[in-house]
Design a protein around this ligand. Structure first.
Ligand code: F6R
Length: 238
């Protein structure tokens, strides 16, 4: 894994933005894997400003979605993606993919998603955030490194971290559909972005040798091309 440490979160976002912009301009047909969460907000904000690269020929696959939330729910990842990216770029709706958290048969939906990734030719550029418990996507500690897209149970620490996106008192979904770690490891390029002191421990453990299923991010040591982009605070345990 290669590591780039920038002094601030803003500088880290600028760096990741430049990588994504270059990917889209050099390879307009790219298949991208995209995260939600707080970390990439400032990357997406940069991508939709000014002279944007065209997303007309790009295909996107989000990492995950809550089970039980429809695309119009304010805390769904479908809403997040429209708000922060898709409402502002020219990527055709049929080329954007997010798991359907309302599917009647979640296992069939996960298989459909996995097959759609395969049919697209696989992910060229996968952008990931990192949970404070080192999860990637919603692959919580204990996830098999060969796992594919599937239903997962969210841990209390993830529910705590994500409660800020829900109304006070609103019940959070306890399950999600997530792209698997095995699916992620097949991406041709992976960029992991983490910022802030709260991620320092997870970042340190990601580099733990040998990789362990207790630290999902450590699976990335097994991928062929991984770049970890940090700010000084998140790199403080390296
Ligand atoms: C988001 C996702 C998660 C987040 C992680 C970090 O689609 O799959 O793995 O990347 O929880 O979230 P933030 O950026 O909010 O700290």
């Amino acid at each position: 894994m290669q590591v780039v440490v920038k002094s601030t979160a803003d500088a880290a976002a600028e760096y990741v933005h430049a990588l994504l912009e270059k990917q889209l301009t050099t390879f307009p047909d790219s298949v991208l894997g995209l995260p939600t969460g707080g970390t990439p907000v400032s990357v997406y904000a940069r991508l939709i400003k000014g002279l944007q690269p065209s997303w007309k020929r790009a295909t996107t696959f989000n990492l995950d979605e809550y089970i039980g939330l429809g695309p119009e729910h304010p805390a769904s990842y479908a809403t997040y993606m429209r708000k922060h990216l898709f409402d502002h770029v020219d990527c055709p709706a049929e080329q954007r993919h997010i798991p359907n958290g309302l599917a009647a048969d979640i296992e069939a939906e996960a298989d459909r998603y996995e097959n759609a990734i395969r049919r697209s030719g696989g992910i060229d550029f996968l952008l990931l955030g990192l949970g404070t418990n080192a999860h990637i996507g919603f692959n919580e500690p204990g996830s098999d490194f060969r796992s594919r897209t599937r239903r997962v149970q969210l841990t209390p620490s993830t529910l705590d971290a994500n409660a800020r996106y829900f109304r006070p008192g609103e019940r959070l979904p306890s399950q999600a559909i997530t792209m698997g770690i095995g699916t992620m490891l097949e991406a041709r390029k992976i960029v992991v972005m983490a910022t802030g002191q709260s991620k320092a421990d997870a970042v340190g453990r990601m580099f733990q040798d040998p990789p362990t299923i207790d630290v999902p991010g450590s699976a990335l040591q097994l991928a062929r091309d991984v770049l970890v982009v940090l700010d000084a605070a998140s790199a403080s345990h390296l």
